[in-house]
Write a protein that binds this ligand. Sequence first.
Ligand code: F6R
Length: 236
Amino acid sequence: MKIIVKENDIEGGAAAFKIFEKGIKNGAKVLGLATGSTPVTLYQNWVKSDLNCDNLTSINLDEYVGLKPDNPQSYHYFMQKHLFDKKPFKKSYVPDGLEAAKDPQAAADHYNQIIKDNPIDIQLLGIGRNGHIAFNEPGSSFDTVTREVKLTDNTIKANSRFFDNIDEVPKSAICMGIANIMSAKKVVLMAFGKNKAHAIKEMIEGPVTEQVPASILQKHLDVVVIIDKAAASELY
Ligand code: F6R
């Protein structure tokens, strides 16, 4: 793992953008993308840039089950707002929350096929305070592929900040599995703030265990971790 420590999320976002830009200039065509607070500074750099995205395909990590794409809390909506409205890609895939509500297995199979047909060159990740990647919560098998996952109480609580009240947070998501993530040629994981410091320590210095899903990245051959000083504060 290559670890880059920056002063703050602004510098971290600029550093992450440089990695994506270089990868794309060197031929990366399929990008795995993430939502949440963490990648916002990366997307800010992206939309300001002159990077041409007409030939790129994106495949997002996850979506809430039951939310329509035009729901402002949906990950479809997030991606439109933060990136695709200003930088349209040739093709952008986000799991279908409505299809998943009707038939989770069909939605998952469909998404796994998309990933198979479009092998991911660079996968972007955030990390949860409990070490989750996408919504693969502690205890998820390293063999998992896209499926419906129940959200833990902690994740529901953490994500309730984006909703009017906690009861509105969906109880499940459709989410790429750990095996899908590990199949990407390169992984870029970003984390900022003191509340991520313990997860970052466990991911980098702890044992590889399904109790800390992100720890599997120790076994990936090309991972760049971009963190700020606060998120690095528990590293040895
Ligand atoms: C987002 C995702 C999640 C987040 C993680 C951190 O697509 O899959 O795993 O990356 O929960 O969220 P933030 O960035 O909001 O702290």
